[in-house]
Design a protein around this ligand. Structure first.
Ligand SMILES: [Zn+2]
Length: 252
């Protein structure tokens, strides 16, 4: 698109450079805002934390399953012990007089003892598994808590940094509004378009023979054209197309 040729007083043109400077500062603030190291650190931390959180859920389930198993094992042992005690009581009471019944009872007590021993082994095994699962659970819980603490710290640091940047942005935004209000609308619109097209720089000063937008030294013929131009003509760099503003440092 061919940009229109504009006119603006030299002082107004130089004011455009102030606007450009403020826009670059605003760009820097936006960049800092987006690239705070806390953003990346939090992303990584939350990913690690979610793994630990999931593992903790699994560990919690395992512990409660084993607790149930342990209760069951305890009550299994207890039931058989009670049965054995009842048998023993019957023998001790002297109520069972038939030798055959006595023998049966003794025999049953013997098998109950073996059963108790087996159940106690099973109970012990469950207890050992439970202890191991609880150790894993405790370790995971400690790690999850450490992650949560670190996350809270990072969020606090991030929020403080964001707050400061937001204040800078608000301050720069106010200044920008003031400067923008002093510029004619067509010049402002052209600057905006060029800025978007040219990596954030829409207007640059001519310092010596050099356009500070593209850092190119202007050809003598172009410098002659600039020298001949009216002071209020809004010039464009022949190399990069940006608005080229004459200042006291310009070699024209
Ligand atoms: Zn240029």
């Amino acid at each position: 698109m061919k940009e229109p040729t504009l006119n603006a007083e030299p002082a107004v043109q130089r004011r455009l450079l102030d606007l450009q400077d403020l826009d670059l500062q605003l760009d820097q603030v936006a960049h800092k805002r987006a690239s705070l190291p806390e953003h990346q650190a939090l992303k990584e931390l939350i990913a690690e934390k979610s793994v630990v959180d999931r593992e903790l859920v699994t560990a919690d389930t395992e512990v409660s399953d084993l607790q149930r198993e342990q209760k069951k094992a305890d009550s299994d042992v207890e039931q058989v012990r009670q049965r054995k005690a009842r048998n023993q009581q019957r023998i001790d009471s002297g109520q069972v007089t038939s030798p055959r019944d006595l023998e049966n009872l003794q025999h049953e007590i013997g098998s109950l003892d073996r059963r108790i021993s087996d159940l106690e082994d099973a109970e012990l095994e469950v207890m050992e598994k439970l202890e191991a699962a609880e150790a894993v659970q405790t370790d995971l819980r400690t790690r999850a808590e450490a992650f949560a603490g670190r996350q809270a710290e990072l969020e606090t640091t991030r929020d403080a940094a964001l707050k400061e940047l937001d204040e800078q942005r608000a301050e720069l935004g106010d200044k920008r509004s003031t400067v923008a209000a002093e510029l004619p609308e067509p010049l402002l619109a052209q600057y905006q378009r060029l800025r978007e097209r040219n990596g954030g720089i829409g207007a640059a000063p001519l310092v010596g023979k050099r356009c500070m937008g593209c850092r190119m030294e202007l050809a003598p013929s172009d410098l002659n054209t600039i020298k001949a131009a009216a002071p209020d003509a809004v010039l464009r760099c022949e190399e990069c197309g940006r608005i080229l503003v004459r200042t006291s440092e310009s070699a024209v």
